[in-house]
Design a protein around this ligand. Structure first.
Ligand SMILES: Nc1ncnc2c1ncn2[C@@H]1O[C@H](COP(=O)(O)OP(=O)(O)OP(=O)(O)O)[C@@H](O)[C@H]1O
Length: 226
């Protein structure tokens, strides 16, 4: 079943067209990799799907709801309550420790602090970070910080996890560890994942790949079975 869809989406930044009639369908529970060269429009497409940006033309539909027609308040509730995010550079709040960073989405959703922190600890344990829960981002390695960011992206049990180059700042071994955790956690939780990456090794973790080129989405045929 299709959970999230963009149809004929156009968006420009000034004179620069970033999306020019993008079409994409994301099925419930799948891990979809969005590939393509630098500047092709991958991040802009992710931002439109996630209700961060509003297209100038076209439709974005999540679970039957027109995201492109929502006001800022409704889109921000959707992002907070239904979507999770992991970005390239973790973007942890530097003043907070790992446990508090992970608890943030729950606190923003109104969950009591003790409950939110307990849930955060569960996720830190799951991602092998139990010894690091009181460290701030400055006291974590890049891979550890990105695992904390992953825990934060998943803690509120989002329907869709948007991951924009989640391993882009990591060496390849650390990147693979983060992808292993991302994929296994998403599968366990039944979370749908939209993964933007330009690395084929990262895209190989996905169930399906599409390529963005010049603001349009090209679907790839499935690999023939050898
Ligand atoms: N906030 C912005 N202001 C101006 N131009 C932008 C902005 N965001 C993106 N663009 C432009 O829109 C086009 C698409 O950018 P986008 O970031 O979506 O591509 P991308 O495929 O994700 O690239 P990369 O892999 O390098 O991150 C590019 O030409 C980019 O320079």
């Amino acid at each position: 079943m299709t959970l999230l869809q963009a149809h004929d989406v156009h968006l420009s930044f000034g004179a620069t067209p970033a999306l020019r009639g993008a079409e994409i369908s994301v099925r419930e529970g799948e891990i979809l990799a969005v590939m393509g060269p630098s500047g092709s429009g991958k991040s802009t497409l992710l931002h439109c799907l996630a209700g961060i940006l509003v297209p100038e033309r076209g439709e974005v539909v999540f679970a039957g709801r027109r995201v492109d027609r929502m006001g800022e308040h409704e889109r921000s509730s959707l992002r907070r309550d239904t979507f999770g995010f992991v970005f390239q550079f973790g973007q942890l709040v530097p003043e907070l420790n790992a446990e508090e960073n992970v608890a943030l989405p729950l606190l923003l959703a109104g969950v009591r602090r003790t409950k939110a922190l307990a849930e955060a600890r569960t996720w830190l344990d799951r991602l092998g970070l139990d010894g690091l829960r009181l460290r701030t981002s400055g006291e974590l390695s890049g891979g550890q910080a990105q695992r904390v960011a992953l825990a934060r992206g998943l803690v509120a049990r989002p329907r869709v996890l948007f991951a924009d180059e989640p391993t882009g700042a990591l060496d390849s071994l650390t990147g693979e560890q983060v992808m292993d955790l991302l994929v296994s956690s998403a599968r366990d939780e039944g979370t749908t994942v939209v993964l933007v990456t330009h690395e084929p090794r990262v895209a190989a973790y996905a169930d399906r790949e599409v390529v963005v080129r010049d603001g349009k989405v090209l679907a790839l045929a499935p690999e023939p079975i050898a």
